[in-house]
Write a protein that binds this ligand. Structure first.
Ligand code: NAD
Length: 248
């Protein structure tokens, strides 16, 4: 089990979407606490300098065959994992629902939700073999509001929460399952190709009581807490990390 002060030793964590802005910070934090990381992402390689405790696999997490293949490779290193963090997420279409084809909908919905379902299902046997294992699934504040043009993403992230509650009930007491719902986080996710943000940064910052967009480490530190035994009595919960933008 990962210790409350994150002084983890001999722990193994799988991070799906490991090349993400949040994932890259989380990897550094976990490695500093002695954790071995198995990262999985659709992108070619991880930007994190590979240490001898940081393994990387390229795979599409919406494709169960590819995730099964990563499981096989991880089994060459360990028979059990203590943590699973699901961070894969992208928005491929910004359109009103009535303009989305079924294929458009599925593409974004699958990355937002099916990816999480696939990896929870496929890595479950390794999680079950350890004591005090934890899963952290990344949702979004957009799961709780109606926001123009975010239909399949918001629905996928709402599914992540519902799914995680069911899984928490089904896997207790051996595995804890929690979600994190961030507001805007300063990663590649919020920027368009021309470098501008997908939303009005100034307006958003004014509206947030804590007056800022989250830094990736302000989200990864909450993930770290949920993985740790500091959160040993928490399961089926969703932690909102949004500077007070919405209060639940
Ligand atoms: N940045 C924000 O404002 C924000 C807010 C709320 C929630 N989130 C969520 O946090 C998570 C991490 O996001 P981030 O902000 O670090 O964004 P990011 O854009 O840096 O990371 C997303 C990662 O997902 C990976 N990915 C996409 N499709 C994949 C697939 N099919 N298989 C495997 N990997 C895939 C990408 O390659 C990328 O590394 C995402 O789930 C995102 O939805 C982000």
């Amino acid at each position: 089990m990962i210790a409350a002060k994150y002084e983890a030793t001999n722990t193994y964590v799988v991070i799906v979407g490991s090349n993400s802005g949040i994932g890259q910070v989380l990897i550094k934090q976990l490695i500093a606490y002695g954790t071995t990381i198995f990262g999985l992402d659709i992108q070619e390689s991880s930007a994190t300098p590979i240490s001898d405790r940081n393994y990387y696999f390229q795979a599409d997490s919406t494709n169960s065959n590819e995730v099964e293949n990563v499981l096989k490779q991880i089994k060459n290193y360990t028979t059990q994992i203590n943590g699973l963090v699901n961070l894969a997420g992208t928005i491929l279409q910004f359109k009103p629902i009535e303009e989305l084809s079924i294929a458009d909908w599925n593409e974004t919905y699958d990355i937002s939700f099916k990816s999480c379902f696939n990896s929870c299902r496929i890595f479950m046997p390794l999680l079950k073999k350890s004591t005090g294992a934890a899963i952290v699934n990344m949702s979004s504040g957009l799961a709780f509001i109606g926001q123009l043009n975010y239909g399949p993403y918001a629905a996928g992230k709402a599914s992540v929460i519902s799914f995680s509650k069911t899984l928490a009930a089904e896997t207790a007491p051996s595995i804890r399952v929690n979600t994190v719902a961030p507001g805007a986080v300063d990663t590649g996710f919020i920027y368009k190709k021309d470098g501008s943000t997908r939303f009005n940064k100034q307006l958003y910052t004014k509206m947030v009581p804590l007056g800022a967009i989250a830094k990736p480490e302000e989200i990864s530190s909450v993930v770290l807490f949920l993985l740790s035994n500091g959160a040993s009595h928490m399961t089926g919960q969703c932690l909102h990390v949004n500077g007070g933008a919405s209060m639940h």
